[in-house]
Design a protein around this ligand. Structure first.
Ligand code: ASP
Length: 440
């Protein structure tokens, strides 16, 4: 029998009804041995996540104000679930003690971590499974950097003592034992860490959508679901803004060769999306591309200088100018006498003029031009590799849609073609590319 680790997101554990769905899913699959819960998320659009309320409690405590009114709302949410599930242990006492600890510890990470901790306790009673506190099995170094190998060792050992267990997501501890959290959405990372340590066959990530879509549904009407994609494709698509999974959740499972299966708690019969180390040949019903994703708000800085190709260190000096101002670049398309750098507007902020000046100083170019309002679109898929005509299909689609291409970047791995277009053309370009590649 295989071993599965199942992580359930906040919307999958937002109320008692969802707890019941989770129990049905977990108990109907004997391979699920370890469950990683998030804190209760939103029950409806205007609702507040428990994690957000916990941060609010901490902010009040920090200002020496009472957090009681907000904490009372947290108590009500948890007690609502506890009572509806008919549980019987002193959960109320634990809640009161937690409120007190938040007041005394004055640690934002501790406060935030209690959402997962309390949900984990609830779930362990509901399923009748053991509880392993993430504080003792997930480790960060003193700087707060996740200690992967140390964690893998102690987590592996802890799991070997429990045939079935709940490990709450999102947090761990510093070497001195103080609680520290991952960044927001970090329960995904915990799930991946548990999967690696358990040497799981599959890491199931249960959420409120049936996996990844081939394009943003706000732009492309009714995009198809991606049935299978590789970790590398996922990285390319999420870099461009396609989000379902926390980015850092990829590393532990990818490294261990464990596939991640995105599943929908509200539609457990749907197979969801499988993220695998190596894609199979006949996946996604023969679609040539796996997905399209894009991002607005980039700036293109273009530097021209005659004979730049024979000038030693020219590229280094351009990048030096960015580095001097702590700005990273996204892409660097080049021509014979021209070199461009694509930088996100967020990075550039108020430093644009200073950077241009620095490039002028260091490189003495003939001209520098700056184009703002650039959107990048990535068309991703192993199916494009060694396939003549992929680029032709893409550029023809853009030509026919009347979209001018400002920049092209195709890595030599061939499974990602990035084009830069004007922001006003962004949506048109996305739809045109989708239509040209995706067979209905
Ligand atoms: N509860 C945390 C958050 O809201 C972590 C998670 O849900 O993954 O960010």
């Amino acid at each position: 029998m295989g071993v599965k680790v199942a992580k359930f997101g906040g919307s999958s554990l937002a109320d008692a009804e969802h707890f019941r769905k989770v129990r049905d899913i977990v108990l109907s699959d004997p391979e699920i041995c370890y469950v990683v819960p998030s804190a209760p998320g939103k029950r409806f659009k205007e609702d507040t996540k428990v994690t957000d309320m916990l941060y609010q409690c901490h902010r009040l405590v920090e200002r020496d104000q009472s957090h009681e009114a907000v904490f009372q709302k947290i108590i009500e949410r948890y007690m609502g679930i506890y009572e509806a599930l008919g549980l019987d242990f002193d959960f109320y006492g634990l809640l009161l003690e937690t409120g007190d600890q938040i007041r005394r510890q004055k640690n934002p990470d501790f406060a935030a971590s209690r959402g997962e901790y309390l949900n984990g306790i609830l779930l362990s009673h509901y399923l009748g499974w053991d509880f392993i506190d993430a504080q003792s099995v997930i480790k960060f170094d003193r700087q707060g950097v996740f200690a992967s190998e140390w964690t893998n060792e102690i987590m592996g050992e802890a799991l070997s003592n429990h045939e079935r267990a709940i490990v709450p997501g999102f947090y761990g501890s510093y070497p001195n034992g103080d609680v520290h959290t991952f960044s927001r959405g970090g329960s995904d990372i915990t799930g991946a860490i548990v999967a690696r340590a358990a040497k799981a066959d599959v890491y199931e990530n249960w959420t409120d959508v049936s996996g990844f879509l081939m394009a943003d549904p706000n732009i492309v009407e009714n995009p198809k679901c991606i049935r299978e994609l590789s970790y590398r494709e996922l990285r390319e698509l999420s870099y461009m803004g396609a989000t379902v999974l926390h980015e850092d959740a990829i590393f532990p499972v990818h490294k261990a060769g464990i596939p991640t299966n995105i599943r929908n708690t509200n539609d457990p019969a749907d197979p969801g999306t499988m993220i695998v180390p190596q894609v199979s040949k006949d996946r996604n019903s023969g679609q040539r591309i796996t997905g399209i994703a894009g991002h607005k708000n980039f700036t293109l800085i273009t530097i021209d200088k005659a004979m730049m190709n024979s000038e030693y260190g020219f590229g280094r000096r351009v990048l030096q100018a960015l580095e001097d101002f702590g700005v990273s670049f996204e892409h660097m398309p080049t021509g014979i006498d021209t070199m461009s750098v694509v930088v996100s507007d967020k990075e550039l902020l108020t430093r644009k003029d200073q950077i241009i000046q620095r490039i002028e100083q260091l490189c003495q170019p003939d001209t520098i031009s700056v184009s703002t309002g650039i959107a990048l679109i990535a068309t991703v898929g192993h199916g494009m590799v060694s396939q003549p005509g992929s680029a032709a299909t893409l550029f023809n689609a853009l030509y026919e849609a009347g979209v001018n291409v400002r920049m092209i970047d195709q890595g030599s791995s061939e499974f990602n073609i990035i084009v830069g277009v004007h922001v006003d053309d962004f949506e048109t370009a996305m739809r045109a590319i989708y239509k040209a590649f995706v067979k209905e």
